[in-house]
Design a protein around this ligand. Structure first.
Ligand code: SF4
Length: 241
């Protein structure tokens, strides 16, 4: 099988059957781990989609490499969940990737609460650069994007040419609805972030996350009134500072 990379990119012709149980996700993951194996990394935010993806990935690659972009600004519940996931799937290799600057160092250099004044810059330093660093040693990465989450995600494919990180981005959950996600979580009795039960559909850093639309699982509670819906990992461009 010729390896599909950013540099050798041709539009994939794979047809993954969107079955009723997994909506194509397991087939895509099988293909991806066969294609990339150790060159594949899952960037997980440990939201509810992440919990589903980890469970699916563990069926195929129990020792999969997972990275969590540890901005230092996540809710305590998120860190507790990560520890629980580590206990449930001990073979997974979960890396907590920190940005170059601690929260305090960022405040010293850029002023307090940069996320209120320049959230794009804050996300760039605390998320985009760290993931770029990680992906410099990988050929492809997995993301839990779903098409129905937001207009910016509605054209996502299973296999995507990723301009932001000059990589290949694999998105197994594109056809999953919010209801599909929760059905899977309940049927498999998966532990999840308790903040979901308090009205947070999408959970990121605490300064930029509020309660949102739990009917659809949208990103309505992220960066409210800041004219921003994405942290920059999925804009598919080459971000500048
Ligand atoms: Fe900064 Fe908010 Fe982005 Fe987190 S989500 S990195 S706090 S701007």
């Amino acid at each position: 099988m010729t390896k599909l990379t950013y540099d050798t990119w041709v539009e994939p012709t794979n047809e993954f059957i969107v079955d009723s149980q997994y909506k194509g996700a397991l087939k895509v993951l099988n293909w991806a781990y066969e294609m990339y194996d150790e060159q594949l990394i899952y960037s997980c935010s440990f939201g509810i989609e992440g919990i589903v993806l980890i469970d699916l990935i563990s069926k195929i690659k129990p020792t999969a490499k997972i990275v969590f972009l540890d901005t230092g600004l996540h809710f305590p519940e998120t860190y507790e969940l990560i520890e629980a996931v580590k206990r449930k799937y001990p073979a997974l290799r979960i890396e907590m990737k920190k940005p170059a600057l601690s929260v305090q160092e960022q405040a010293d250099q850029y002023g307090e609460e940069l996320w209120k004044r320049q959230p794009d810059r804050c996300c760039y330093m605390r998320k985009v650069i760290p993931l770029r660093d990680i992906l410099s040693n990988s050929t492809a990465w997995i993301s839990g994007l779903r098409r129905e989450q937001s207009p910016t995600r509605k054209n996502t494919n299973f296999i995507n040419k990723d301009e932001t990180f000059q990589s290949v981005k694999i998105c197994p959950l594109i056809h999953w609805s919010w209801k599909d996600i929760w059905n899977y979580v309940k049927e498999n009795q998966l532990q999840y972030n308790p903040l979901h039960d308090q009205g947070y559909p999408s959970i990121g850093c605490w300064p930029c996350t509020v309660q949102g639309d739990m009917e659809t699982g949208s990103r309505s509670g992220r960066w409210v009134n800041q004219g921003k819906t994405e942290c920059g990992l999925h804009l598919n461009n080459n971000p500048s500072k």
